[in-house]
Ligand binder design. Structure first.
Ligand SMILES: NC(=O)c1ccc[n+]([C@@H]2O[C@H](COP(=O)([O-])OP(=O)(O)OC[C@H]3O[C@@H](n4cnc5c(N)ncnc54)[C@H](O)[C@@H]3O)[C@@H](O)[C@H]2O)c1
Length: 382
């Protein structure tokens, strides 16, 4: 198969490319080498850099003509190109919509031009962010009902009421794994654009019959994640601070949690989705199914740098952040046979070994946070 990967020079796209080549496919990449991600002088290292089966087009998904040329002779598409910073999306609304929503529309427009010889599979890199807070249960009402609470308000967060509250009795809720049929409730502009992408590809699939899969990734980490981008990638940001001997500021009370999945597992899921003989429109969660608090994660990372007592729990918060999330991994296990293979401990070992061999980047965290403050998107508990 010849597979087009938009954003194929990014963190996830590079590993997907390697895996597709291993499986005997050829790849065309379209990527604009965004400066925020790749730096002013883009460099990337990949085993396949001079492989004749890989064609790299420096192009932009906001350019419909470039996409029309890029899809002309391909068999499948993995759509990964996107702006990915949750906090940044809250004040760069037009840019996030242009690249993520309109970029997807341009891709589908290009694929409409292939109606006579349709592609066999479209895979979208979606995100767990579309759920917003995702699924919770109330211990007090004890009715077993799952609810998807609204985003936490500035007033609630200022009062250090970190946990989402029951819509019936106001009791703090308990997070449970979120399944694919949970009601979407995006809490950030980034999340809204990822949901828009899903709606676009779903309707495209239903109207054209092109087999399409949206994969909702949890927090992806691992070797190759941009160390330049201060707007996303908690492990990259923290590792730069640790290497610079700086402390790690932890939002809220540090007990907010995420589901971390290694990039190698994510890339494997994408390739499985491309190759699987599925029909129609499918949606799958891709995560580890394990919740890890940010404080625990910081401790695990610092220990690998031989450092102890490096965290400051600040009580600060960002509007648009969710409190907890864990994937319910049942569906992808049953229908695609996918199970994550790399534990967080193993993945962190690999990540830290890779980071230690990289040039030491600037610490951009203060810049990213001051932008959020300027836009009134960061606060602190009273
Ligand atoms: N990394 C995560 O934790 C995570 C979680 C959920 C979903 N995702 C999704 O996975 C996909 C890939 O994420 P990633 O972590 O590899 O991000 P990344 O930033 O490392 O890679 C994105 C790539 O897209 C390219 N790009 C950006 N704007 C473009 C444009 N206008 N035209 C062409 N190329 C453009 C960039 O240059 C970059 O190479 C994204 O769609 C993202 O929303 C990632």
């Amino acid at each position: 198969m010849k597979v087009l990967i938009t954003g194929g020079l990014g963190f996830i796209g590079r590993i997907v490319t390697a895996k597709l080549l291993d499986n005997g496919h050829s790849v065309r990449i379209i990527d604009n080498l965004s400066e925020q991600i790749h730096g002013v002088l883009p460099v990337f290292e990949a085993s396949w850099q001079s492989d004749p089966r890989v064609e790299i087009v420096r192009g932009d998904v906001t350019d419909e003509q470039q996409l029309a040329r890029a899809v002309s002779d391909i068999d499948a598409v993995a759509h990964l190109a996107a702006e990915t910073g949750t906090g940044q999306s809250m004040y760069q609304i037009s840019r996030y919509n242009l690249v993520n929503s309109q970029g997807t529309a341009h891709l589908l427009q290009a694929l409409i031009g292939r109606r006579e010889s349709p592609i066999s599979k479209l895979v979208l890199a979606s995100s767990r962010s579309i759920y917003g807070e995702g699924a919770y249960q109330c211990g007090h009402c004890a009715d077993g009902r799952h609810q998807v609470p609204a985003s936490r308000s500035a007033a609630q967060l200022s009062a250090a009421k970190w946990e989402p509250e029951c819509d019936q009795c106001g009791t703090p809720l308990t997070s449970v794994p979120t399944a694919e049929d949970s009601v979407p409730r995006p809490a950030s502009i980034y999340a809204a654009t990822k949901l828009a992408q899903e709606d676009l590809v779903r309707i495209f699939s239903e109207s054209t019959g092109v087999a399409t899969t949206s994969l909702r990734f949890q927090n992806v980490y691992g070797e190759g994640q941009s160390l330049n981008n201060p707007y996303t990638g908690i492990l990259s940001i923290f590792s730069t601070r640790l290497r610079r001997g700086l402390r790690l500021p932890i939002f809220e009370d540090g007990l907010e949690s995420r589901d971390f999945i290694h990039v190698d597992d994510i890339a494997r899921a994408i390739v499985m989705a491309i190759e699987a003989p599925t029909t129609g429109y499918k949606v799958f969660n891709v995560g580890s199914g394990v919740a890890t608090s940010v404080l625990a994660l910081a401790g695990l990372l610092a220990a690998r740098f031989g450092m102890a007592d490096t965290t400051d729990v600040t009580g600060q918060f960002r509007l648009g952040d969710i409190r907890h999330c864990t994937a319910d991994m049942s569906r992808i296990g049953t229908e695609l046979g996918f199970r994550p293979a790399i534990t967080l401990q193993q993945g962190l070992d690999r990540f830290v070994e890779w980071v230690a061999a990289q040039p030491l980047p600037e610490d951009g965290l203060s810049r990213a946070e001051s932008e959020l403050r300027k836009h009134g998107l960061m606060g602190a508990k009273h």
